[in-house]
Design a binder for this molecule. Sequence first.
Ligand code: AMP
Length: 499
Amino acid sequence: MKFSELELSEDVLRAVTEAGYSEPTPVQEQAIPYVFMGRDVLACAQTGTGKTASFTLPMIDILAAGRAKARMPRSIILEPTRELAAQVAENFDTYGKYHKLTKALLIGGVSMDDQIKVLDRGVDVLIATPGRLLDLFGRGRLLLNDVKILVIDETDRMLDMGFIPDVERIVSLTPKIRQTLFFSATMPPEIRRLGEAFLMNPKEIHVSPPATTAVNVIQGVITIRHNDGPRPGGGQKEKRHALRQLISHENVKNALVFCNRKRDVGVLHRSLNRHGFNAAQLHGDMVQSVRMETLAAFKRGEMKFLVCSDVAARGLDIQDMSHVFNFDVPTSPEDYVHRIGRTGRAGRTGRAYTLALPEDAKYIQAIARLIGKEIPRITLDGDSAPESRGKAESESESESESESESGKKGEEEREHAPARRRRRRSGGRGRKAAGDTKADAGRGPRPNEKPGEAKPEAGPTDGGRRRQKPAESADKPVVGMGDHVPAFMQRPVKPPTER
Ligand code: AMP
């Protein structure tokens, strides 16, 4: 199919051609006609599929007719993170460059005064994170009575981050007669129920089965053994050592390195730089302007490694990323899919390696269940062979201190703090922390292994150096909203309707 068959205006088509797109992606092909029809859409699509253009392109043409009134936006796009909101705003500028539409980007961490000024002039599209939007609404700077199109993007992430009550409130403030476009990377029953509550007779679109990983991402999991015993934060030193060995054997162009906890982002970032790797960090506690600058510098290729947390990196569209390293195994299997989806984009091959501690076995197994296959196990031999366990590296004093502090406190300092705070308020519980089981012996990278040579541990090959790992525990981590169960989720699910 061609873009010209999608009834987009000449101006949008010109902008799309200049963006270098030759044909619509499947989600664009399927969604755009229904958006033009005014239908609600429930789309199961991950980032990287071109889903942003699937709603922004027709929205630009729809909004071209009509004018915005002061403080009364005509459309809203809700995003779970500031970075995603900023990215959507950039897309809007790219595709809408031949239109005179006005937009406001309402995200936390930047001046509210400037946002208020833009709102006062009247905006066609409001791209916002839920918290800042409600904040400005509460201050009387915004009315939602004129909203004709509402986009709820990355809904599964909104759920995971505890934003659903805010989203429900925003929906309740918009007119009942509106067009709602609802996107989620995964479509578990609770997301579907949410769709039932927000949408009217939606057109359902699935562009890839939920929670599949891209075929062109080569995956591997490396089990790191340690002697720290059953305490949170154990094995960090060994993991840092293994990571350095792994990346020095890989042909890394640029890589995201994911940590589960913000404080570990800082520790690992300092450690990598101390060892001569060019790294930056990105997490939700950083000032917004610094987050934006860091991301821009990383996109420009000014540093090779970006150590980050989930919330900072979710959905980021960074072209040509060669590697993703999971310094920690994500406790939510969906996060694994999102993390590794940062590489292997646009048909390129990417590599995604996960460092796991023996006590992470249940999370690895939950991931395997979700993606429908085992992640190949790879081993790295070298100077932290089993016999050198416990002295895997001589870290500098400060690094060890940071690590022991992290281990001592053992807090679950994840990026999902907003969700946790809400759960605490409602007496809910957070995600189950990593289990602590017995420590195991550590092994380092095989010295002669070249980039991409880390091989699946398919059995006792290679002179018997690779070994099959024992079966993992089947425990499943708790994900989602803890004890908070909004009313809409308790309603039965209706089968999808087609028109
Ligand atoms: P998204 O899934 O919206 O995050 O988009 C992922 C990437 O695909 C972005 O870099 C877009 O610029 C790009 N993209 C979107 N639509 C197309 C298209 N039709 N052809 C090629 N690239 C596209």
